[in-house]
Design a protein around this ligand. Structure first.
Ligand code: B12
Ligand code: SF4
Length: 485
């Protein structure tokens, strides 16, 4: 039997959740294919898939990727017969999608590993799959809604992610070189209001252990296998935060990693949980780069509105430690928040990053995702009169929020383009404050993306600056901007 996975884009990287499902599909004896919608013209893709004649098409989407995915599924349903199954964050938080769309046969809520395995087994044996946990199944115009099973407790039970289907070229990712990503843990105990986790943990109220982690031998075995098979020279630890893991675990992991893997790596941290001993051990194990969520420099907004549970002094301490151990660091920041004056608020974030001496500060504009507490807050307070679900917002281009004054919209969209440069070169701030008064324009947008690409490729990841790198960067930017015209 044949199963085709479809996503809207890989964004030049891996999609680990889907790669685990791909391995499950292969283990079930399915001939397995993978396509990203942005890898070819839609009509070509439809022809390719029709030629394959799949029994199952498995779609995965984050919110805002789903519209394109649904359009493709509708067109395919008119041409060939197959069972369509949908999973990923968008469907987890918006399961009602299946009620609205008659071409959706199955929808998976939450962790899909066990449900997908059972679903494939039932299909292969031609048996009933209407009562599989986590699935909503449409059959004979009836929807069969099943309960969500508890979170998987033992992550070692999962297969290693498939590394063959998603075409990472030899040079790998433009930022990281020939790398692969790994996840040691799943879950996050926090409830930041702009993130999916509070809604996710609500779905899994009954599961006591929200953060789970694999055993060290299991992680090391996967890394060793991939290092040998793919000759990678870099590792990206993709966990929401590596310091959700117990300290003793990190210490032991560092010893084994240094002895058996010894590749440079990047990891993500929650700044309030960073401590010197752990950073020192990770540095000795090979960590050369760390990513931390600063998010906002306004402590009151951070804790009352965003429910970050963090102080500015904890953030400063985190970067002091990273800088002391010469770990290249970058911060994630969110601006364009639902406050009276978003420019003033963003300036506090820029200043906090300057004080922290962050190497590279990455700024995105808030997109209030449906079903997150911040979306409700925006709507209740007049920043978002209707759901943004039908728009196609981008965290990189324009705010989706309504502000009382036009100058705030122009100001925040323009300041977003220069925030990272302002952190690196604070003496440009007076000039930047003048520039943001100008009308919004494409030139500022290019500056934003070029700076982002240059800093992350050349400075953080020590790539070589070249004409072809610049050309490639410009091509990618114009391709991205075309989608948002
Ligand atoms: C790595 C990552 C990325 C990567 C890779 C994307 C990916 N989805 O793998 C990249 C960098 C591309 C990315 C980009 C973005 N991301 Co992101 N990303 C993540 C992150 C941190 C980990 C993803 C992961 O591997 N999870 C672990 C695996 C096991 O879970 P999973 O992928 O959800 O898959 C499981 C289930 O969903 C389900 N499932 C998934 N697909 C399918 C398909 C079928 C058929 C079935 C049955 C089941 C199923 O089963 C899987 C296994 O259990 C998550 C947060 C998180 N912890 O999940 C955010 C997350 C997915 N991202 C999110 C967002 C919003 C984005 C962005 C849109 C914006 C942003 N914040 O930058 C961009 C979009 C791209 C752009 N414009 O550039 C949101 C999505 C929210 C939503 N409602 O859709 C999340 C949940 C984080 C958050 N803050 O809320 N992201
Ligand atoms: S700490 Fe990170 S992953 Fe956890 S809820 Fe906050 S933003 Fe989401």
């Amino acid at each position: 039997m044949k199963n085709v996975f479809i996503v809207s884009s890989t964004y030049g990287g891996e999609r680990l959740g889907l790669q685990i499902l791909a391995q499950i599909s292969k283990d079930a004896g399915m001939e397995t294919f993978f396509y990203a919608l942005d890898s070819m013209e839609e009509e070509n893709l439809i022809n390719v898939i029709c030629d394959i004649k799949p029994d199952i098409i498995s779609y995965s989407a984050m919110t805002y990727e789903h519209t394109q995915i649904h359009g493709l599924n509708d067109k395919l349903k008119k041409r060939i017969s197959f069972i369509s199954i949908f999973g990923g964050p968008h469907y987890t938080f918006n399961p009602e999608e299946i009620e609205k769309n008659e071409h959706m046969d199955v929808l998976c809520v939450g962790e899909g590993d066990t449900a997908f395995k059972t679903f494939l087994e039932r299909i292969k044996t031609n048996s009933d799959f209407r009562q599989v946990s986590n699935l909503i199944v449409r059959q004979d115009k009836t929807l069969y809604k099943n309960k969500v099973a508890p979170l998987i407790e033992d992550l070692d039970e999962l297969p290693f992610a498939d590394r063959g289907l998603i075409p990472l070229d030899k040079k790998g990712n433009r930022f990281l070189g020939n790398y692969c990503s790994f996840m040691i843990s799943r879950g996050c105990p926090y409830q930041c209001t702009y993130c999916f986790n509070s809604a996710y943990n609500e779905i899994y109220r009954a599961s006591k252990k929200k953060v789970r982690w694999r055993s060290i031998p299991n992680v090391i075995a996967e890394m060793k296998k991939i290092k040998q098979e793919k000759g990678i020279d870099y590792i990206l630890l993709a966990d929401d935060a590596v310091n959700f893991l117990p300290k003793e675990y990190i210490m032991e992991f560092c010893q084994r990693y240094k002895a058996e893997i010894a590749l440079p790596f990047t990891a993500q941290f929650r700044p309030n949980l960073i401590d010197e001993e752990t950073v020192k051990a990770l540095k000795e194990a090979g960590m050369i780069c760390a990513n931390c969520g600063v998010e906002t420099g306004d402590e009151e907004v951070a804790n009352k509105m965003l429910k970050r549970g963090i102080t500015n002094s904890q953030i400063k301490n985190a970067f002091r430690i990273l800088n002391k151990y010469k770990i290249k660091n970058y911060s994630q920041n969110v601006i364009g928040l639902p406050v009276e004056n978003p420019v003033e608020n963003a300036m506090k974030t820029i200043r906090l990053n300057i004080e922290c001496k962050v190497n590279y500060a990455h700024f995105t504009l808030l997109v209030p995702f449906p079903k997150t507490p911040i979306e409700a807050y925006c709507r209740e307070n007049g920043y978002l009169p209707e759901s943004v679900q039908d728009l196609k917002p981008s965290v990189f281009i324009k705010t989706t929020l309504k502000y009382k004054k036009e100058k705030y919209i122009r100001g925040i969209n323009n300041l977003h383009k220069f925030s990272s440069i302002a952190v690196r070169f604070p003496f440009f701030l007076p000039l930047i404050l003048l520039l943001i008064k100008l009308p919004e324009n494409i030139f500022f947008q290019y500056i934003y993306f070029l700076w982002h690409g240059f800093y992350r490729t050349v400075i953080l990841n020590e790539g070589k600056l070249s004409f072809s790198l610049l050309l490639n960067g410009l091509k990618q930017i114009s391709g991205y901007l075309k989608q948002y015209k």
